[in-house]
Design a protein around this ligand. Structure first.
Ligand code: PSU
Ligand code: MN
Length: 301
């Protein structure tokens, strides 16, 4: 048992008895979505996972303790309070200072794997920004953390071409779930072809087993197209305007992603947040189904 971890009793017993568990990140609650959609979506993702027979474990840091699973009151804190964005570069210091915050994809993947969780669902991974030298810690974390990450592709605020090239360089297995092109978060398709396609949770579970048996250290990145998305060109227009605003306002570093998402929300009249919430729920549901398939595979072998 890691001395920094606090488990909810539900998640602890699920992990001990080998029930399917899906990790969820919390930066999307603390920084990615506005209140009250952030809380509604956090609860909605948890129920999608339960509905398919798995246990959700939202991961966050509260008062310096790593939470493996959050209860309702803890989710409310993440949704209401002004908290830190916890990436790997500030995690140890903020734990030392007993701070609280939402964990990014990089941090959540690392902590979930350490807790013995095999599947993690999120919205969009971080990647390569248009701003020179700004590359998310999510990419190298995916390169060294053997966990399944279900996402809707990379956020449309990123340089998608550079992001997919970087994933290839890092040797991260990228799967199109029922698609042959990289989903672009708010949009189900993009002009970028994807390396491999799988169509069922069982196929993904088998790919994960193969990756582990072959001793790959990378995550398996399952990209799941949003069902009721926004056309690529329209999102691109908003993204260009948002990036322009960011440069004008001099926003950079860890503030850039939340700033751009906020800009998209106002430019789209709330449409981007609606789609963001919908894709998060869809990814949670698929993560749940994959976790269940993994358990079934383990039992049958
Ligand atoms: N996707 C969203 N909202 C978010 C994020 C992703 O729809 O808030 C977060 C994730 O936690 C991701 C992080 O890991 O943004 C990437 O931030 P950065 O580019 O600073 O690494
Ligand atoms: Mn960054």
């Amino acid at each position: 048992m890691n001395p920094h971890f606090d488990y909810t009793s539900e998640v602890r017993s699920a992990l001990e008895t080998g029930l399917p568990v899906v990790a969820l990140e919390s930066t999307v609650i603390s920084h990615g979505l506005p209140f009250p959609q952030n809380l509604e979506t956090a609860l909605g993702m948890e129920s999608e996972i339960r509905n398919v027979g798995a246990i959700p474990a939202t991961i966050a840091v509260l008062d310096g303790r790593v939470q493996i699973g959050c209860n309702q009151a803890q989710l409310e804190r993440l949704a209401h309070e002004q908290l830190e964005k916890l990436s790997l570069w500030n995690l140890p210091a903020l734990i030392a200072l007993e701070k609280s915050g939402g964990t990014t994809v990089a941090t959540t993947a690392h902590l979930a794997h350490l807790a013995g969780i095999e599947v993690f669902a999120t919205g969009g991974i971080g990647g390569v920004h248009f701003d020179a030298f700004d590359e998310s810690a999510d990419l190298p974390a995916l390169a060294r953390t053997p966990i399944i990450v279900v996402c809707a592709g990379a956020k449309s605020i990123l340089n998608l071409h550079a992001t997919i090239e970087r994933l290839e360089t890092l040797g991260v297995p990228v799967i199109g779930y029922g698609t042959d092109s990289l989903p672009a978060f708010h949009t189900p398709t993009s002009p970028h072809p994807i390396a491999a396609r799988l169509d069922t949770p069982l196929e993904v579970a088998k790919a994960q087993r193969a990756a582990r048996t072959l001793e790959l250290r990378q995550a398996i990145l399952v990209t799941n197209p949003v069902v009721d998305g926004i056309p690529f060109q329209r999102v691109q227009m908003w993204v260009e305007a948002a990036n322009h605003e960011a440069r004008k306002a001099g926003v950079s570093g860890k503030h850039l992603t939340p700033f751009l998402l906020g800009q998209l929300n106002s430019l789209s009249g709330g449409e981007s947040v609606r789609v963001n919430a919908a894709l998060l729920r869809g990814n949670a549901k698929l993560g749940g189904a994959i976790a269940v398939a993994l358990t079934q595979l383990s039992r049958s072998s």
